[in-house]
Write a new protein. Sequence first.
Length: 135
Amino acid sequence: LTHTRKDLGIAWLEEGQRLKPGVAMSHVLLGLRLVGRGAPGDVEEGLRHFERALECDGPNRFVLCRMAFELIRAGRCEEAIARFTEAIELSGGEPEDWNGRGLAREQKGDLVGAEQDFRRAVEAESSYAFAHATL
């Protein structure tokens, strides 16, 4: 039943895209729904929708971070690092951005860079538990 609801949600979002293809938020929502469903090919399709959202509205921290986390899950750490770096430049360095880039660096094997990013996350917000846990 849950899978059917997800498919129905995706169908509605796809119809919205067909009617108004230039609306960034509908691309974001469809991308989130697709990566959440997790069927073969969904992650790549979801990432394409995040790209389209960025094309529609320009750089957006939320989209960049969501996309970067999905890139980590797909094993594409270099791309994830680049997206987190864009988000850091946009926001001035939110702790989630630093921590996410640290996770991508860690998965890539750059432990020194990862530790630096985790420390920056803690510096940005001393109570940020995720960064403390990864240090």
